[in-house]
Design a protein around this ligand. Structure first.
Ligand SMILES: [Cu+2]
Length: 179
């Protein structure tokens, strides 16, 4: 920096100060470098290195109920979920919609009533849905593969074909395998 430059800055500072104009001019106005973002300590990106969980769900006959109302997977485990719709009554279309921890199955089931255009998956509730199969007609088999959430807990699953959510539900338990 030249002496002239230093003088100019000092002069400018004096003028600013004299005018009551706030901060003196400096050449070190760069903000400090922002620290690199870090993953929260409470969200470990643990990867599950075991085989996928193979889950098959069937309805109970022509009832609005699942035969399998509970299954357990590990945090981060790949889940291959198959819905084998063995119903024969043409009214018994089914799907499996796994909900987020704490999501209200009734709220999602009711919202699904007006979501026929998207296979009875309410798009405005995407944040409450972990995964879902397509809708299956009687005699059809549908499937979905997803990664189980990291957070342990009981995740409800429901069928969102209109009205079925009232009785057609189960629980996906995410839990560490006992040591
Ligand atoms: Cu159903």
């Amino acid at each position: 920096m030249t002496k002239t430059r230093v003088f100019s800055l000092a002069f400018a500072a004096l003028v600013l100060a004299a005018c009551g104009g706030g901060e003196p001019a400096t050449e070190t106005a760069q903000p400090p470098a922002a620290p690199a973002p870090q993953a929260p300590a409470d969200a470990p990106a643990a990867t599950y290195d075991g085989p996928p969980a193979e889950i098959t769900i069937t309805p109970v006959g022509n009832e609005m109920r699942y035969e399998q109302t509970e299954f357990t997977v590990a945090p981060g485990q790949t889940v291959h979920l198959t819905l084998n719709n063995t119903a024969t009554n043409p009214a018994m279309s089914h799907n499996v919609v796994v909900l987020a921890l704490g999501a209200d199955p009734n709220a999602v089931g009711q919202a699904a009533l007006s979501a026929a255009g998207t296979g009875y998956i309410p798009q405005d509730m995407a944040d409450r849905i972990v995964a879902h199969t397509p809708m299956s007609a009687p005699g059809q088999t549908v499937e979905v593969t997803f990664t189980a959430p990291q957070q342990a807990g009981d995740y409800p699953y429901i069928c969102t074909f209109p009205g079925h959510y009232v009785t057609m539900r189960g629980t996906m338990r995410v839990a560490q395998a006992p040591a």
